[in-house]
Design a protein around this ligand. Structure first.
Ligand code: G6P
Length: 611
């Protein structure tokens, strides 16, 4: 997730572009850059690593003059944050900024190298600049050249392109990543998102997938990628700038909960080979021989990432049949844990910087283990020390309580498990092909579940807002989800909550139950279903206020609970992606009704780099 912005008009564009980027910094902030038509047949570029102020510094030293330009704030997906990887990327008089992921980038890179192109960065974006340049070199205008290129690349993109030969226009296009055009008198803008443009105009035109547009000072002309003209009505945006940054949601956490379908889609992008019913192993970065040589998997993580790691153990054991343990990184460190060459250590961390996870992974590496990092922040400390990295592509997560990063970690762990299982012969071709299809439809199911449960969950949160204790119970794959439900509630609403393995209820937590305690039981139709129903009955018999999270149309679960939150029927491996959603929403609404600081709860930090 990056931010792009563009301007064509009579004003000096650099300050407008910088201001737009500042408003898009929530989309990414590891590097930034501008490209401006400088007159006299030149495009001038300034780029800087780090926060936007570094780019501002570079511009103070060497200002950019000109009225037509594009800008970018980066959240790395291909290539670590560095000046050479920062956008805009330039090739032979073409400058490109891009948000998204080009799926066939490896193949395109190979073809360009064969043609003798000199590729300077590790990014997929630079390839687009070269491709457009090759088309322009054959005599095409910029619009035709961009159209030709976009018909050959696969993946997600929102791009803005300048050509040195056409200084009065910007060409933009989109597929899957967002792009909005802003219209004003004699000025035309573009951006990844509305907030960048609100100080300048409220007249917006939203580009749809597979569409492109030519922006000039007098307006925008939209066409499809096939070249058919498109008429699109303007939308008048009434949001305040603060609302706009959160896309109209009250808090970043709620926005991020609802971003999960997109985050999952981006994380799956390019990793599923649906044609062959397979997982693209090269994305995981482990050699197939390594997959076969592993004796044991050790998962290391903290907080929410630890709950994701617990689902990973379940996946790896059932799909790959490899003995697996999950460790809290803080408990693994320094206790002299037995570790060796046969161990694959998977360090799971959103930030990639959590000190306990970093130190534990280093200790494991020193003991001879191979370390695979699952992280969301490209180039962070844990990916840097690891032997292989499999990134989640959730985009920046701003709410301290992790939501979209949790589900994307779980999906990466599921892909790792399936790939290992298939490599080792523990998972059949048919089972893998079936899982690949299930994963491909999962983002839509997540979206349906969020929409379908939101109102009921908000009502329940209102009803139980004053409960002093809440119990969450789950078995198997639902156990880590019960822990995650309790953690979310504790973190942001400061309500005491316990997550428990449902089978352990009779060994303690049952003593806590009375008519004042809401008990949430995860009871989807999975291999533990009958026993989970038993837990619901036990809780109800003790007069608890029982909420079941169950499968759509499950009359039995409805009968033995006070309220049933229904999720679509899915294969067992997919249940965590759906059961966790109402729990995230429940924590959110309780906190919101209590009026706590949802995005920055007291005493907590997004990234914990202390012991
Ligand atoms: C902090 C955050 C949590 C996060 C945990 C682990 O406690 O508030 O949301 O789950 O750290 O962070 P990591 O970046 O390693 O996933």
């Amino acid at each position: 997730m990056c931010g792009i912005v563009g301007y064509v008009g009579p004003e000096a564009c650099a300050p407008i572009l910088l201001d737009g980027l500042r408003r898009l910094e929530y989309r990414g902030y590891d590097s930034a850059g501008l490209a401006v038509h400088g007159g006299a047949g030149s495009i001038d570029v300034r780029r800087a690593v780090g926060k936007l102020r570094n780019l501002e510094g570079a511009l103070r030293e060497r200002p950019l003059e000109g009225q037509v330009g594009i800008g970018h704030t980066r959240w790395a997906t291909h290539g670590r944050p560095s000046e050479v990887n920062a956008h805009p990327h330039v090739a032979g008089g073409i400058a490109v900024v891009h948000n998204g992921i080009i799926e066939n980038h490896l193949e395109v890179r190979r073809q360009l190298l064969e043609k003798g192109c000199e590729i300077l960065s590790d990014t997929d974006t630079e390839l687009v600049a070269h491709l457009v340049h090759l088309e322009v070199a054959q005599g095409k205008d910029i619009e035709t050249a961009v159209r030709a290129v976009l018909n050959t690349i696969e993946g997600a993109y929102a791009i803005a392109v300048l050509s040195v030969d056409e200084p009065e226009r910007i060409v933009v296009a989109k597929s899957a990543s967002p792009l909005v055009i802003g219209l004003a008198e004699g000025e035309t803008y573009c951006a990844s998102d509305v907030p960048a443009l609100l100080p300048y105009t409220r007249r917006m035109v939203f580009l749809e997938d597979e569409e492109m547009a030519v922006l000039e000072a007098g307006g925008a002309r939209i066409t499809t990628l096939k070249g058919e003209p498109v008429e699109r009505a303007e939308t008048q945006i009434d949001w305040s700038p603060v609302m706009a940054e959160k896309a109209g949601y009250k808090h970043f956490m709620l926005k991020e909960i609802f971003e999960q379908p997109r985050a999952l889609e981006d994380t799956l992008r390019g990793r599923l080979d649906r044609q062959n019913g397979a997982i693209r192993g090269e994305e995981i970065g482990l050699a197939p021989e390594k997959a076969k040589a592993i004796d044991r998997v050790v998962l290391l993580a903290c907080g929410t990432s630890h709950h994701a790691a617990m689902t990973g153990r379940y996946f790896i054991e059932t799909m790959a049949r490899i003995p697996t343990v999950v460790e809290l990184a803080s408990e693994f460190r320094g206790r002299g844990a037995v570790i060796g060459e046969g161990d694959l250590v998977i360090a799971v961390s959103q930030s990639g910087e959590t000190l306990d996870t970093l130190m534990a992974a280093k200790e494991a590496k020193a003991g001879g283990a191979t370390v695979l990092a699952i992280a969301n922040v490209i180039g962070s400390a844990i990916p840097r020390m690891a032997d292989a990295v499999f990134y989640t592509h959730a985009g920046p997560e701003i709410g301290v309580a992790s939501t979209k990063c949790f589900t994307t970690q779980v999906v990466n762990l599921l892909m790792v498990a399936a790939w290992l299982g298939h490599q080792r012969g523990a998972m059949s071709d048919e089972a893998l092909a079936e899982l690949v299809e299930d994963l491909a439809r999962m983002p839509q199911l997540v979206s349906d579940t969020l929409k379908g449960t939101r109102q009921l969950v908000a009502n329940l949160a209102r009803r139980y807002v004053d409960a002093r204790d809440v119990l969450f119970l789950g078995r198997g794959l639902s156990f880590p989800i019960a822990l995650e439900g309790a953690l979310k509630l504790k973190e942001i609403s400061y309500v005491h909550a316990e997550g428990y393995a449902a089978g352990e209820m009779k060994h303690g937590p049952i003593a806590l139950i009375d008519s004042t305690v809401p008990v949430v039981v995860l009871a989807p139709k999975d291999s533990s279903y009958e026993r989970s129903i038993g837990n619901l009955e036990e809780a109800k018999a003790r007069e608890a206020m029982v909420i079941a999270i169950g499968t759509e149309g499950d009359e039995k679960a409805r009968e033995v609970s006070h309220d049933l939150i229904e999720i679509p029927e899915v294969p067992e491996a997919l249940t965590p992606f759906l059961t966790v959603l109402p729990l995230q929403l429940y924590a959110y609404y309780v906190a919101d009704f209590k009026g706590t600081d949802v995005d920055q709860p007291r005493n907590l930090a997004k990234t914990v780099t202390v012991e």
